[in-house]
Structures are given as C-alpha cells and as structure tokens.
Design a protein around this ligand. Sequence first.
Ligand code: ADP
Ligand code: RBF
Ligand code: MG
Length: 345
Amino acid sequence: MSPRTSMANPLKKLASCVILDLDGTLLNTDGIVGDILRGFLSKYGKQWDGREAHKIVGKTPKEAAVVIVEEYGLPCLADEFAAEVYPLFSSQNIIPKGWNDQIVMFEFSNLRFLEAAKRLKKEPSSCLVIEDSIPGVTAGKAAGMEVVAVPSIPKQTHLYESADDILNSLLDLQPEKWGLPPFKDWIECTLPIEPWYIGGPVVKGFGRGSKVLGIPTANLSTSNYASLLSEHVSGVYFGWAGLSSRGVFKMVMSIGWNPYFNNTEKTIEPWLLHEFEEDFYGEELNLVIVGYIRPEANFPSLESLITKIHEDRRIAERALDLPLYSKYKDDPYLLRCSDSNCNHL
Ligand code: ADP
Ligand code: RBF
Ligand code: MG
C-alpha cells in the first residue's frame, strides 16, 4: 500500500465542492461495456476476457475501437467496428444519441471540469474531482483541480500516480480529509450496506494454512457469483453465516484479491466467529452480508495482516449486536438448504 492510499495519511488541501465523473465512477458502465463487447467479439470467434479493459477505460470511442481491432486482430477497420458497435452502446444509454466529435472533445478534455466549476461559481483550485480513468485524472489535474482516483480496473493503481489520492472504491471516500462534511452513515467503524445473499457448498481454498494461523476461512466458489463480484467492490465485510445442520454464526470475511498474497483470482473467504470441532467442507453455507469495514490492503508482514484481521473480527462482533445488523440473524435464507437430499429444514 503506498503512503498515498494510507488511511492514516491526512490530506492537506481544502475543497469546497466535488465534481463527480459519471461513467465508471458513479455508474458501473464498465460491466455493460464488457457485456456488449463479449457478445460482439464472439461473432468473430473471439472471447472478451477483460484483458484489454484498462486500455479502453477513459478513451474516446474512436481510440477504443482502434485498440480493440488491433488487440483482437479483427478483420475490419476501426471505423467499421465503431459503426457497428456504437449503436449498441447508444441503445443502453451509455453513449448519448447525437454523440459527435465536438462532444467527444469536450468530454475527454479538461473543459468539462472547467465548465462545471464555472457553473458552481467556484475556483478550479477549490474543486475536488473524482474520476475512474487515467485520462480523466489527467484532465482534472490539467484543470488545476485536486483529483481522487477510484480506478475501475483492479491492480492498476500504479498508473494513477498523478492523482492526489487513490481509493479502492467510493465506499472509502472520506470527505473530511478535504475539509468537507463527513458522511454520517458510518456506525462503529462499519458502513451498513443493502444486504447481499450468497451461498453454496464450502470448497477447498489455497490451503495456505490459515487454520494454523487461527483464521480458517470457509471458501465459497466464485464461479456462480461472477457478476455479483464484479458489481461489488472487494474489501472486508461482515454479516451472518448459516450452516443448515449447525446453526447461525457471526461472520467476518474478505472478498477480493488478497493483495498480501497477490492472488490472480478473486476469493470469497468468510471466517465464522465460532470454534468448530471439525471441518465442514462440502456443507451448504449461506451468507447474509450486511456491512462493510475496509478495503483489502497489503501489509509489511504476515503478523501485521493477522493483527488487522483480528481487529476486523472485534469490529464485526460488536457491530453485529446492533439492532441494525442483528435483525438479519433470523433471515430464513441462512438455514435454507438448496440440496434436495437435505432434510435439515
Ligand atoms: P482452505 O484453504 O481450504 O480454505 P482453511 O485453512 O482456510 O483452508 O480452513 C478452512 C476450513 O476450515 C473450512 O472450509 C472449514 O471446513 C473449516 N473451519 C473450521 N472452523 C472454521 C471457522 N470458524 N470458520 C471457517 N471455516 C472453519
Ligand atoms: N488478505 C489480504 O491480503 N489483505 C487483507 O486486507 C485481508 N483482509 C482479510 C480480512 C478478513 C476478515 C479475512 C477473514 C481475511 C482477510 N485476508 C486479507 C485474506 C487472508 O489473506 C486469507 O484469508 C488467508 O491468507 C487464506 O488465504
Ligand atoms: Mg479458506
């Protein structure tokens, strides 16, 4: 974790307003773009695997078309590709109808930020821009503004060095660091979220001996939850865990890439806050995830990672007693059993 992303590192500059980028920052347009490109490339027998995603984020439509045609070796010109694909984007309201070169110039330069400052009647130097793309960050800096980057593509933070701060997600935005009023929805170091429900059989993890470290995590398969995982940011969450034959337990979990181990796949790793006498691989585990604690981080040592996970445990244990979170303990989803041979319910 670079000092820039450290939560302990307060920022110096005061802002009086915030200018938020829309595509990829407030709206998860990258998922829709991926879906459209996946469908389109399959016509050429090619598979969109997101590997070029970071090369097209924040690019003008023409630039993005050139990248895709080149990278996938498509038997067409970039203009032909654009003519076929962009109507699909317009139909999803990603690109406005009537999109033309002049609008593109405005949208992809610092002019849009200067125009926003003018309309807000603020000096550019007192504006805080929030952007997901590298060209957007560059444009914000060129407008003389402070810029917080929230990269849409994981593991690319090193490309955003010109930003004044880099966040894993908007969940981690702390307006008070910029002299703005703090968000009021954090409660006892936790952020309540619209609950999400996931479940399935407990699968084998990486076998890194987390049990030996005293932190066993009952991994769930991510294959059934690909779109849910792309919608939700990685991080440390908590909630309730149900095992149909054993009951309901408090739970704290990590969802993501485990930066300390530099995983290449996302994992879902709940630690049930209970001492079990035996393993329960293969058993149906259902989770109701009710709150967020922090982004995943890298650590200088295994000991410091373990210390942080124990702090997460204490935060989750305490928070789950609050009525706001404890009410989900009785959710019938937790003890449901999707296996037809199961007779526990
Ligand atoms: P793996 O790498 O296979 O996930 P772990 O070392 O993380 O192995 O151990 C996880 C396993 O330990 C779980 O699949 C489960 O069967 C068992 N286990 C025992 N106690 C717990 C607990 N409190 N929370 C989660 N899993 C537990
Ligand atoms: N791994 C990381 O690399 N960074 C983290 O910040 C992190 N936070 C975690 C928080 C909790 C509550 C749990 C249960 C796990 C976390 N992990 C994190 C994952 C941990 O590295 C992993 O469970 C074990 O190493 C087993 O693969
Ligand atoms: Mg595990």
